[in-house]
Design a protein around this ligand. Structure first.
Ligand code: GLV
Ligand code: GLV
Length: 322
């Protein structure tokens, strides 16, 4: 067997693959950074399985380079917008992701960004470290309350629902929009109310994005959306960068159309729009949503488990249909 893992991942995943197929079958292409495309195209030839990162583009060209014995692409992520799933299906290749395990960890991070942006934590830290703090001040770095506010959830999947559960502890009202409405019983038990996007924009004090990146969600937040939001609103994105028009977000932050933003994902990672970097009221972190020790280890194990099942002729647990 030849199993290509494009980056060093936690041992739990690598050990499962090595245990099942032998050390020699598992090729880890990179320890330190993304594998350059030409190298990946070369090394993937003859592979039975591929365990890529969300930074690796999997398309016709790559699938052709891999050859006909490739059976599975087990993405080391829940999001799989880096993979052309119809192309994989045309090549007879199964695509899997890592749902479930990163739900709570990613919601923790969205919540962290929400609070940090609302209470100006990044700005305050820069202020203190910059030696600018001379005295406690009644008017200094005032932010927005989280408790009792209205949270608007854009995309009520697993992570969106985990946000709604957190919001209950803060006494927040939760509204949501999604292309699928939840069953009434589920809405009731989560204490959430479905609204159209227009209402979500103008009624929310906080808006957090938890949708996948698709044709429909690309630039779901642009100039018109930020203009429709409250000038006191805090916007959070831990989903995928292209869901947000970054230039429009920077403009809205600068013009005071919204109060602040907490952003984990960017349109052209690792690049960040220069105008956004200038915004004091943006908390910016480098795609860390699922980055806890335990969760990254579980993600690697799930990706490995999908490969083990597939190469043994069993049904992998996390097949995506695109
Ligand atoms: C991370 O962004 C993921 O999709 O798992
Ligand atoms: C991610 O797992 C989601 O469905 O929100």
């Amino acid at each position: 067997m030849k199993i290509i893992v494009t980056r060093i991942i936690p041992d739990r995943g690598l050990n499962m693959l090595r245990g099942a197929f032998g050390d020699a079958s598992v090729v880890v292409t990179r320890q330190d950074g993304p594998i350059p495309r030409p190298e990946l195209l070369k090394i993937v030839g003859g592979a039975d399985a591929l365990l890529p990162m969300l930074t690796d583009r999997i398309d016709d060209e790559l699938l052709d380079a891999a050859g006909p014995q490739l059976k599975i692409v087990a993405n080391n992520a829940v999001g799989y917008d880096n993979i052309d799933v119809p192309a994989a299906q045309r090549h007879g290749v199964i695509v899997t992701n890592t749902p479930g395990v990163l739900t709570e960890t990613t919601a923790d991070m969205a919540w962290t960004l929400m609070m940090a942006a609302a209470r100006r934590v990044g700005e305050g830290e820069r202020f203190l470290r910059g030696g600018k703090w001379t005295c406690w001040s009644p008017m200094q770095l005032l932010g927005m309350d989280i408790h009792g506010a209205t949270l608007g959830i854009f995309g009520m999947g697993r992570i969106g629902q985990a946000m709604a559960r957190r919001a209950a502890g803060f006494g927040m009202k939760v509204i949501y929009t999604d292309s699928f409405r939840m069953a009434e019983g589920a809405e009731k038990s989560l204490n959430v109310t479905y609204v159209e996007k227009a209402a979500l924009l103008c009624e929310s004090d906080f808006i957090s994005c938890h949708c996948p990146l698709t044709q429909e969600t690309k630039h779901a937040f642009s100039t018109a959306e930020f203009a429709a939001m409250k000038s006191t609103a805090v916007f959070v994105n831990t989903s995928r960068g292209p869901v947000v028009d970054e230039a429009a977000l920077a403009e809205a932050l600068k013009a005071g159309k919204i109060f602040a933003a907490g952003i984990d994902v960017f349109e052209q990672e690792p690049k960040v729009h220069p105008a956004l970097l200038e915004c004091e009221n943006a908390v910016l972190i480098p795609h860390l949503g699922s980055a806890s020790v335990e969760t990254r280890s579980r993600m690697a194990a799930i990706a490995a488990q999908n490969i083990v099942a597939c190469l043994r002729g069993e049904a992998p647990p996390n097949v995506v249909q695109g």
